[in-house]
Design a binder for this molecule. Structure first.
Ligand code: NAP
Length: 288
């Protein structure tokens, strides 16, 4: 189904964010709808601070079936919804809205998307594993919750601003054993971890020479995972792999958070390979 096929039956979707013009969600979800033969369309909406409430009312008024929500609106949007799923409640943020006949339900697919991609791409069994999470921002909340629900034995949460690590460890301790640390403890924590996750923006374009920790501290066989997906292979992943670690890129999290949203909206299995392929192609076109 291409743009020339849109008609008066087309079901509408979108993403709300600020900024939003860099978003790969429209190409990924439109590819998913086309691959599944659905008469649906997905666009990016630049929603400025102070206008989110009206934008959410627009979902109901215009009969959109679903919307993704991204920075900076994931927390505020919760106040305007009719129901919030248990996981999104625990994480404290919503990235996916489903419109059930005018009733808006909020979900968070970031953490479950992350875990599904991690398991499929690395084969890791999370039960009983010790995890070092570097960073304690919004994305870390979803990832930490999903890792806890998978039965991780312990979450070491290390952050530049220790107070934010304290807060995240306290809220995660409802679901798993968790402790908070400063980044000065990274060397000793890395020696204990089976999985190290970079939840910071260090290494993200254009800051591609930054890395959350020296690679010498990573043991061979550790799974090194990065939430950053631009570039697809960060300095952290490149160096970790050279040390004998198993590298996991943030692209999978992005693809699977969209795949879960697609599945909640349509009830159909997401065409994940097609979604990943179109995003990878788009990155190659913009970086070449
Ligand atoms: P956020 O809420 O702003 O949190 C940023 C985190 O990075 C904080 O822990 C912050 O530490 C840390 N940080 C930033 N600059 C740092 C520096 N120079 N040195 C040390 N720590 C630093 O952002 P977020 O929404 O959690 O996103 C984090 C990253 O995940 C971003 O790169 C984002 O693109 C990526 N992400 C990827 C996906 C995906 O689908 N793959 C989804 C969501 C997010 P302080 O607390 O000390 O400031």
């Amino acid at each position: 189904m291409g743009i020339d096929k849109l008609d008066s039956h087309t079901v509408m979707y979108g993403v709300f964010g600020d900024p939003i013009r860099h978003s790969k969600s429209p190409i990924m979800l439109n590819r998913a709808f086309a691959a599944s033969g659905l008469n649906a369309a997905y666009a990016a909406f630049h929603i400025l601070p102070g206008t989110l409430k009206e934008a959410v009312a627009g979902i109901r008024a215009l009969g959109f079936r679903g919307v993704n929500v991204t920075i900076p609106h994931k927390v505020e949007v919760m106040s305007y919804l009719d129901e919030i799923d248990e996981g999104a409640q625990a994480i404290g943020a919503v990235n996916t809205i489903v419109n059930e006949g005018g009733k808006l339900i909020g979900y968070n697919t970031d953490g479950i998307g992350y875990v599904r991609s991690l398991k499929e791409e690395t084969g890791i069994r999370l039960k009983g594993k010790k995890v070092l999470m570097i960073g304690a921002g919004g994305a870390a909340r979803g990832v930490g919750y999903a890792l806890a629900r998978e039965g991780a034995a312990h979450l070491f949460i290390a952050n530049r601003t220790k107070a934010k690590a304290d807060e995240l460890a306290a809220s995660m301790s409802a679901f798993a054993s968790a402790s908070s640390h400063g980044t000065d403890e990274l060397q000793q924590l890395a020696a204990e971890a089976d999985l190290i996750v970079n939840n910071t923006s260090l290494g993200m374009h254009p800051d591609v020479d930054s890395t959350p920790m020296p690679a010498e501290w990573i043991r061979p066989g550790t799974v090194a995972s990065d939430l950053v997906y631009n570039p697809l292979v960060t300095r952290f992943l490149r160096e970790a792999q050279a040390r004998g670690a198993i590298a996991h890129s943030g692209l999978g999290m992005f693809v699977y958070q969209g795949a879960y949203a697609f599945e909640y909206w349509t009830g159909l299995p997401a065409p994940v390979a097609a979604m990943r392929e179109v995003v990878e192609r788009s990155f190659n076109e913009t970086t070449n």
